[in-house]
Structures are given as C-alpha cells and as structure tokens.
Design a binder for this molecule. Sequence first.
Ligand SMILES: CCCCCCCCCCCCC/C=C/[C@@H](O)[C@H](CO)NC(=O)CCCCCCCCCCCCCCC
Ligand SMILES: Nc1ncnc2c1ncn2[C@@H]1O[C@H](COP(=O)(O)OP(=O)(O)OP(=O)(O)O)[C@@H](O)[C@H]1O
Ligand SMILES: [Ca+2]
Length: 546
Amino acid sequence: MENQDKIICSELFQKQRKVEVVLYPAVLAWKEIEKSSKRSSGTSESEHGQTVKVCEIVAVHKTEDEADAQPRSHPKRINQPSQQYPHAFTVSYVRRTRQHLWRCADVTFHCADQQICEQWVQVINEQLSLLTNRPKNLLVYINPYGGKRRGERIYEQKVAPVFRQAGIFTDVIVTERANHARDHLKMEANLDDYDGVVCVGGDGMFSEILHGLVTRIQTDHGVDQNQPDAELVPCSLRIGIIPAGSTDCICFATQGTNDPVTSALHIVVGDSQPMDVCSVHHNGVFLKYSVSLLGYGFYGDVLTDSERNRWLGPARYDLSGFKTFLSHNYYGGTVSFLPADDNVGHPRDKLQCRSGCRICQHKHSSKDEHDEASEEKEKPAEDSDRGWNVIHGKFIAINSASMSCACPRSPKGLSPSAHLADGTTDLILVRKCSRLDFFRHLLRHTNNDDQFDHWFVEVHRVRKFRFEPWHPDLAPLEDASEHPESPDLSPISSLQETYDDRTAESSWNCDGEILHHTAIQVSVQCQLIRLFARGIEEQQDAEVAV
Ligand SMILES: CCCCCCCCCCCCC/C=C/[C@@H](O)[C@H](CO)NC(=O)CCCCCCCCCCCCCCC
Ligand SMILES: Nc1ncnc2c1ncn2[C@@H]1O[C@H](COP(=O)(O)OP(=O)(O)OP(=O)(O)O)[C@@H](O)[C@H]1O
Ligand SMILES: [Ca+2]
C-alpha cells in the first residue's frame, strides 16, 4: 500500500480481476490492470475504471463471510485468486440508476495481506468520519395509516437496513393517532439528542413534523407565531421524508422521485436542502404553515370531498378531482399580493429549480439585506399597501405553489419553475372559464404545454398575499374581467342548481389539510427549514471524473 500525499493505492482483486484501487482525498477509484483473456476486448467500464465520491460511500466493512470474501463463481477451485487474496473488504456506496433513483451498491476488494485489508477499512472510515454533515442519531415517526398503509413495512424492509449499515442510531415512534408526532415534537422530544427528524408517511405526516418542529423552536426562542411579521427562528434539525403517502409531492419535488431507498440514502449522506415555508394567518392569529400548495377553489373542494373517501387511499383524489371538475364551481374574492423582486425570475421563465440552484443561493445571500429593506417598506401603517397589487374576480382556483408541487400525477407540477428556497411563492389565479377551458388547463399539467398560457390564467411570483372572499352583500354584480363565454364540454345544470355564486365559499387546501378560515394572510419565510435532500439533480451529475 502506497500512501503519498494522502493518496492511497493498492493492487487488489475484484471479481477475478486484478484492479488498482486508489483513494484520493475525496474519491475512491478502481481500474482493471490485467485483463483476463476472456475479457481481452475490454468494456468501457474496465478501461476507464469506476469512481465513487467518498461523500457517497455509505459504509465500509471487512468482509467476514467466507462466501463473500471469495470470488463467487469458482469457490472450490484451487490455485484461484481466493487463495492468494484471502482477505476482503466491502464498500457500500450510492449508485444512481434511472430517473433520480438511488440504490446502495456493494463492491468487494480482495487482498493478500490482512493488514492491508484492515488499513483500507480504517482509512476509508477515517475519511467518512470527517464528513460532519452526516446524521448519527435520528428520531423517526411512522404513520401506519398513510397512503396504502405500508409505512411500517416500508421502513422495516427498505429503510432500517440502510440506516443500520451506515451506523445511524434511531429512536422509532409508530404514531397512534393524528397529531401524535406533532405534539411529541412540540412538547416532549429531547431535540438535543438528534441530528434530524424523519417522517415515514405522506405530505400530511410531513406537515405534522413541520408544525411540531417549527413551533417548538419558536417557543424555545420566545417568538410569537401569531405576529405575522415576527422573524421566525430557522430549524437547525433537518427533516427526512420517507415517502409512504398518497401524493408525496414534497419528497418528489425535492429529490425527483418518491422512492423510500433513495430518501434513506439522501439522509445517510447528510444532504441538506433549505426550504421556504409560508405562514398563514387570519386576522393576526396564526393558522398553519405550508410548504407546497395553498389552494382555494378547485383544490380546496377536491380535498374537502376526498376526506369523505379516505378509505379509498390515493385513488380518493382522482374520484374527488373528477367530481369537483364536473361541479365546475367558482368563487368571488379579492386577492392582494406583494410581488417579488425581478432577481428571483418569473414563473414562466422556464428556469427550473435544480440541485445547487443559483436563484435560491442568491436569495439566501441577499436575505438579510432584503428583509431589512422590506420591513422598512412595510412598517408605517399608512404605507402598508405600498407595492401591493389588488385583483377582484371570480376564480375557479387560487393556487399558491411555494415549490413546483411535482408529483406522479403531474411530473412537472403546478408551477414547474417555482423554487424551493427563493423566499417566494407562485400565485396562480384561474378565473371563471368554461369547463372545456379548465379541462385544457388541467391537462397541461400532465404534458409539456404551458398551463399558464390561457386567457383565464395569470401567475405572479410573490412574497406575501392576502385573500378576502366577497361578502354576499358587497359582491359586484358582474366580474368586469370575465371573458365572453367560450364553448363548454356540456352543461351540467343539475350540479349547478343549488349553487349561488354570490354566497359560495370554498376552503383552503393547505398542504392537504383544510383550513377553517377563508380570509387569510400569507407570508413566505425564506429557508426556514432544511431537508435531507439536495434538490433534483441534473442527469450529468451522475458521473464524476478524477
Ligand atoms: C385530465 C387530467 C388532468 C390531471 C390534472 C392533474 C393535476 C394534478 C396537480 C397535482 C398537484 C398536487 C399538489 C399537491 C398538493 C399536496 O400538498 C396535497 C397533500 O398531499 N395533495 C393534495 O391536495 C391532492 C391533490 C390532488 C389533486 C388531484 C386532481 C385530479 C384532477 C382530476 C381532474 C379530472 C378531470 C377529468 C375530466 C374528464
Ligand atoms: N396513527 C395515526 N392514526 C391516524 N391518523 C394519523 C396517524 N398518524 C398520522 N396520522 C394522520 O394521517 C394523515 C394522513 O397521513 P399521510 O400524509 O402520511 O398520508 P396521505 O394523506 O395518504 O398522503 P398525502 O398527504 O401525501 O396525500 C395526516 O394528516 C396525519 O396527521
Ligand atoms: Ca419558493
């Protein structure tokens, strides 16, 4: 074993091939040095070798099992490399497969000398111990009733073995009721014992963790959440999401897939993705936090209807979506919003938030300066409406997407160019239109067409917004912005009979939970939390060169 300038190099044996294994300061590389006659043509893999970033090594251990230590195809033949190389160690590492899926792969190296074998295990472990962003102790909450009710099984079969392999200690709590996890975090959990909190469930379970953690931190720091302008204290603990829900949009939009093993590996390697959180108030009283969708009208009605059919599992949303689509309700109200600065782009600029996103990084570095300036602007009572835009109208949907909200139903999401951590939310206003037009708009969530390119849709990137439903007595008789009637799919008059557009109110869907107030004030809290994620990787990130 050579150890020059912290580069360690040995000739070892892997799958009956002699390989040169090199540990650079941040990369482990191995390459075949003697090709057997069978493989004389070589493959691109054997010619160029393979590399793994040290930060993506899950674990290394001495391979004790004889069957593992010996090359598998010829365990009994004499004069085989297994005799010359009786010692072995195995490196487990992250391997990218298709579409943002990560898997844990193993490579076993055989050595002639026990000491060399042990040295390799030691030096790799030393490098791993320098990676201080990796969690060592995690608090795990499992919702046994989320999604298709597979939370416990998913955790035991797919996630716990990965954590065990990486030497992570866990305290696991299987929840016994709704809000069990939230209340435990708020009042009981000893947060100092952990580097992160993991939820096994869907967006609703994530919301519990979010509320428990954020509320706990504010209470510990004496911050009053009821003050809409209070500067909230960011959470130091990161949150991991093991998807086992019905929509899993937070997981999907932060790592590009809703796969439990991929999530577990993002936690093991200690990824960190900051994320915006919207605080929602009603007349100065705190209601909820939201990280994905705040939706009034269509998505509020879908959720209200779907709650009656929870037993259907994820399919409840499709049924309720279909019913709500047929109802074709619209709601009067006034939306006011404070637009974001131009430097965070525009919802239609087609710049997608990806791993290491420049817009989110820029926003973070300019956050303090920006916040001071904006406070100045908003302080004087008489000036409180300065910079605000006001829109009155009848809306089929009012959606605020603080992230893309990509999910398997809509792989590009409600707002494909929304950013995870830029301090803004994309406010999408879908005005009253025909059923056919609304159908076209919905359909564009599933293909490459621009869902904002309709006369009845407008989208704004905002830092704050308010909504006020029309009071029936004050509602204008006709909405001036209405477009002349365009062709409908079919008049479904029976569904409309009891519908009075002057009194109708919808509810807000707040990350999959119903809010009990319709008049709300929303403010984006830039990068309030961090997830064990890295954003969606560009495909070429999968390769590493040495
Ligand atoms: C023609 C097909 C059009 C399909 C259009 C699909 C658009 C889907 C957009 C999904 C956006 C999800 C946003 C995430 C919200 C989460 O915080 C929340 C908690 O998990 N999930 C939901 O509220 C769950 C919301 C689930 C909403 C499902 C809506 C399904 C609409 C179906 C309309 C059918 C029309 C058919 C006409 C013949
Ligand atoms: N032990 C429990 N019993 C009943 N409800 C629970 C329990 N633990 C958590 N919950 C609640 O179950 C609700 C739904 O959970 P979850 O988000 O995991 O799944 P989902 O609704 O199917 O998925 P999604 O939110 O992604 O649509 C959450 O609001 C959560 O508060
Ligand atoms: Ca955002």
